[in-house]
Design a protein around this ligand. Structure first.
Ligand code: GAF
Length: 388
């Protein structure tokens, strides 16, 4: 059985076992990596993520009692909640908060959400920075929209799923992850303008170019990731205010030095420099990909990493070790992907060199006494969909 069929079968088996009977349908949403454009989304800037061939599947059916029951492989017992808990952000916690958050966001937007029984299985690893939470949100959202016959076109799903995460779960994230997992397309990276939500599917045919993206799970324990993420966001917002712009996206690359000169602390200057240069790197990457020059994006990926390490200060030793080892072993470029303080690194490599690069990273880890990394090659996959 393929991995995709297996995770769907697990969701169905979970549904039958917990609730009896058959689900009305199964909906799948992927994890994501971000090719480039980190911490730019909440600055109204540009990102270029793609969906992964790792999926979360929700098997679901309407429940006539108007309540929600959610079982996941992560727990033995289902979590149950009704409208009262759904309407009060924070009442449901743990992984089920992402489900309750979607119910909350739909209700807050004026939709009549059907009660439902849901069973969730997933191949997206939790806590690795591959957006397992956005995958749950998107799959549950797709299921509830269809089960309830809600009038909600898919281009409005990312903002709604983001609200679930921001306002119910309480994580002040941007719109990248939900957009990637909902709108991703096989063989493409998603160029997203986070201010306008305009998207362009950029061909990213690694296979035809003899290339691969190696995703390295740093296995670094998350170190204060939530608090540090929120602090970075606040710092950017303060800087935008000090510069008199709506968001750091409004600082043009050519105006960067003048803008930096107007800020009086060096830490804020570094944060601003990261965001403004990172937006430009996304635009440059898109130009190269449009021209079919995939290998040439390598230096931009590596420059993005240096900027995250030195200016935004969101990397950790395991992550920097993985990037350095991948580059030394011949990767065209490598960078941390995602929010930071752990998570994954991606490296652009020749497909036939992927194993050697992975081995070099593992050896560097062993030298430093780190827990062995996880490695896999990935191709851009499709976004959220109904399976049957
Ligand atoms: C996390 C967030 F959820 C995203 O919105 C984004 O800010 C990312 O970190 C950093 O680019 O994945």
């Amino acid at each position: 059985m393929s991995a995709a069929a297996d995770v769907a079968a697990r969701a169905t088996a979970g549904f039958r076992q917990r609730y009896g009977g058959e689900p009305a349908g199964r909906w799948a949403a992927p994890g994501r990596v971000n090719l480039i454009g980190e911490h730019t989304d909440y600055n109204d800037g540009f990102v270029l993520p793609f969906a992964l061939p790792l999926r979360t599947v929700v098997a679901a059916a309407v429940a006539d009692d108007g309540r929600w029951s959610v079982w996941s492989e992560l727990d033995d017992e289902p979590v149950e909640f009704g409208p009262a808990e759904a309407d009060e952000p924070g009442r449901v916690d743990g992984w089920a908060a992402y489900v309750a958050g979607v119910v909350w966001a739909l209700r807050a937007a004026g939709h009549t959400v059907p009660g439902a029984r849901l069973a969730i299985a997933s191949d997206v690893p939790v806590g690795s920075g591959l957006s397992s939470s956005a995958a749950i949100e998107a799959a549950v959202l797709a299921a509830l929209v269809e089960l309830g016959g809600l009038d909600l076109p898919a281009d409005r799903w990312p903002r709604l799923a983001q609200r679930a995460e921001n306002d119910y779960v309480g994580a002040p994230t941007g719109i990248m992850d939900q957009s990637a997992v909902i709108r991703g397309r096989p063989g493409h990276a998603l160029f997203l303008d986070c201010r306008t939500e305009a998207v362009e599917q950029i061909p990213f045919d690694l296979g035809a170019a003899g290339l691969a993206v190696l995703v390295i799970d740093s296995r670094a324990p998350h170190r204060h990731a939530d608090g540090e993420y929120a602090a970075r966001r606040k710092s950017c917002e303060r800087a935008a205010k000090a510069l008199g712009v709506a968001a750091l996206r409004d600082v043009a690359t050519g105006d960067l030095e003048a803008a930096l000169a107007r800020l009086d602390d060096t830490e804020t200057r570094r944060r601003v420099r990261h965001v403004v240069t990172e937006d430009q790197r996304v635009l440059d990457t898109v130009e190269l990909l449009r021209a079919g020059r995939i290998r040439d994006i390598g230096p931009l990926l590596t420059a993005s990493h240096a900027s995250m390490r030195d200016d935004f200060e969101i990397t950790v030793p395991e992550i920097d070790t993985a990037v350095e080892a991948a580059l030394a072993a011949g990767a065209y470029g490598a960078r941390m992907t995602g929010g930071g303080f752990g998570g994954c690194v991606l490296a652009l490599v020749d497909a036939d060199a992927a194993d050697a690069v992975a081995a070099a990273v593992a050896a560097a880890y062993a030298d430093r006494g780190f827990t062995a990394p996880g490695t896999r090659t990935v191709l851009p996959a499709g976004g959220t969909t109904r399976l049957d």
